[in-house]
Write a protein that binds this ligand. Sequence first.
Ligand code: HEM
Length: 140
Amino acid sequence: MRRDIADRTDLVLLISDFYARVFADDLLGHIFVDVAKMDLAAHLPIMGDFWETVLFRTGGYRRNALALHVDLHRVAPLGPEHFARWLELWRATIDDRYAGPNAERAKIQAERIARSMQRRLAGATGSEHVTVRRRDPAQR
Ligand code: HEM
């Protein structure tokens, strides 16, 4: 029987598995590999902080994920199809490994964050980009 996500170790395993799938994906892979040239080893602890903060309120993540995706969106536009695939892979990775209230929350929270990110990105080209930055001058 699958157990629930219990701690950071579980999250790191989940995140590694998820990014392996994302990197191999025909729609998303090139954004991570060719556009962002993401260094997975450097990225893993940051994602661990992010998901620990989202799920367990540890507060270790203090960076600005939105600004990073706004920048990315300007060079590789992120549309609904990209977010749909991201969420599909996230849900599938969770369901393959874990089951329980935290696993459900991880799926629901990702959907919420993806929805809000998409809303913010929709107008975030040209001058809107500046507006997004100005709203929170303390960050980044
Ligand atoms: C179309 C969907 C998405 C794409 C293509 C995408 C792509 C990326 C890429 C390429 C990076 C790494 C950039 C770098 O380090 O140079 C990144 C970072 C990140 N992504 Fe996404 N992302 C997507 C959706 C999401 C969603 C829905 C979430 C949250 C639920 C999310 C959370 C994060 C976080 C927390 C980081 C780390 C930010 C930091 O360095 O502080 N992403 N994303």
